[in-house]
Design a protein around this ligand. Structure first.
Ligand SMILES: Cc1cc2nc3c(=O)[nH]c(=O)nc-3n(C[C@H](O)[C@H](O)[C@H](O)COP(=O)(O)O)c2cc1C
Length: 360
């Protein structure tokens, strides 16, 4: 069947027919009225490509260097929680797909398998996404644990200090199935590791993320983290500059895939001002709405060094396990190569803003 799934959206349609409603809605939905979720996609359509002709594209090179490591494609797998909702082996299956596609997984703090167990199966070091906990000692110990296991870089997610409004999850009463928990938080006890993802009722705070995290904590985190440290969820250029001044090595321009504050700018629209604010010394990545090779090219043309892919690889995991994850990445790889060839670009350095025209 997977041969008939020819693009990333096909995987979403296939996953919808395979997954139960709880799992599908958890992944596909966004926050509030889903304005930002939609904008993440439509903003790409506002950017038109301006190809150049008669360039030698007989060899196309999609490799990129991030923090001194070579990646065969400027695409990483974004941190997403609870892979066991998609596949019985959860992240242990995802990592096999990442291995097959030669791709780095940014392992989520809210994974259903520990970072250590997933890293043991990984062909290349994973990155780790961190939610700082109210118990900072726990956070420090978890950081040490993932670093000892070989974590290559750490992304601290900063865009959800309080719960988001998730109407679709609330309507179906989404909760973690019995026996499924946030494996990396086990030591905080099952009340936290298995705590409701979006507590029903009038709950603003959540047991699994600190709400008192501020720029002051970053100094402490920087001191604890000898590997590249990034902030994930930056949308304002001033915050990007503060991240830079706080000693972060990179930022991920992200609105959590339209799952945090609804009504914020799409990430592809937010990207250029951030790139300009931090200048060339800072590694800027982005995610949100990447579904086509041309989307990757547009993000790179606007100054992202690489992008992260969220929902599509989860749908690949649901449809065909590791093979589905790998096929989703490889479809995107082929689309990137074709987009570059048709634009007249041999390598990623040739993807420049002049290849884009803003429609309105
Ligand atoms: C089901 C799901 C779970 C997610 N869980 C997390 C998470 O635990 N931590 C985090 O930083 N981002 C999380 N995200 C956001 C992704 O890392 C990423 O920012 C987003 O999915 C990118 O948008 P896209 O899905 O349109 O590609 C999640 C996204 C989805 C779809």
């Amino acid at each position: 069947m997977s041969q008939r799934l020819v693009n990333l959206d096909d995987y979403e349609a296939a996953a919808r027919s395979l997954l139960d409603e709880q799992a599908f809605e958890y992944v596909a939905s966004g926050a509030g009225s889903e304005t930002t979720l939609r904008a993440n996609r439509t903003a790409f359509d506002d950017l038109e490509l301006l190809p150049r002709m008669l360039h030698d594209v007989s060899r196309i090179d999609t490799t990129v260097e991030l923090f001194g490591k070579i990646h065969s494609l400027p695409v990483l797998l974004a941190p997403t929680g609870y892979h066991r909702l998609m596949h019985p082996l959860g992240e242990l299956e995802t990592i096999l797909g990442a291995n097959m596609a030669d791709c780095t997984l940014v392992a989520a703090n809210f994974a259903t398998e520990t970072f250590v167990s997933v890293q043991a199966q990984a062909a290349r070091p994973q990155w780790f996404q961190m939610y700082v906990q109210s118990d900072r000692t726990f956070t420090r110990d978890l950081l040490q644990e993932v670093l000892s296991a070989g974590c290559e870089a750490v992304c601290v997610t900063v865009d959800q200090p309080v719960n988001a409004i998730r109407d679709r999850e609330a309507r179906i009463g989404f909760e973690l199935p019995k026996g499924m928990e946030r494996a990396n938080l086990k030591r905080l006890g099952s009340a936290v590791a298995g705590a409701a993802h979006s507590p029903q009722g009038f709950h603003i705070y959540n047991a699994v993320r600190a709400s008192d995290l501020t720029w002051k904590d970053l100094e402490w985190l920087r001191g604890e983290c000898p590997v590249p440290l990034m902030l994930k969820g930056i949308l304002h250029p001033d915050d990007a500059v503060m991240a830079q001044q706080s000693g972060c090595d990179g930022i991920i321009v992200s609105n959590h895939g339209g799952r945090a504050l609804d009504g914020v700018q799409s990430t592809i629209a937010a990207l250029p001002a951030i790139v300009e604010a931090v200048g060339p010394g800072m590694t800027v990545l982005m995610d949100g709405g990447i579904r086509r090779g041309t989307d990757v090219v547009k993000a790179l043309a606007l100054g992202a060094k690489a992008v992260l892919l969220g929902r599509p690889y989860l749908f690949g995991l649901a449809v065909d396990g590791a093979a589905g994850v790998a096929r989703v990445v490889n479809l995107l790889r082929m689309e990137c190569q074709i987009a570059m060839g048709l634009l007249g670009c041999q390598d990623l350095s040739q993807i420049q803003p002049q290849l884009l025209h803003r429609k309105r």
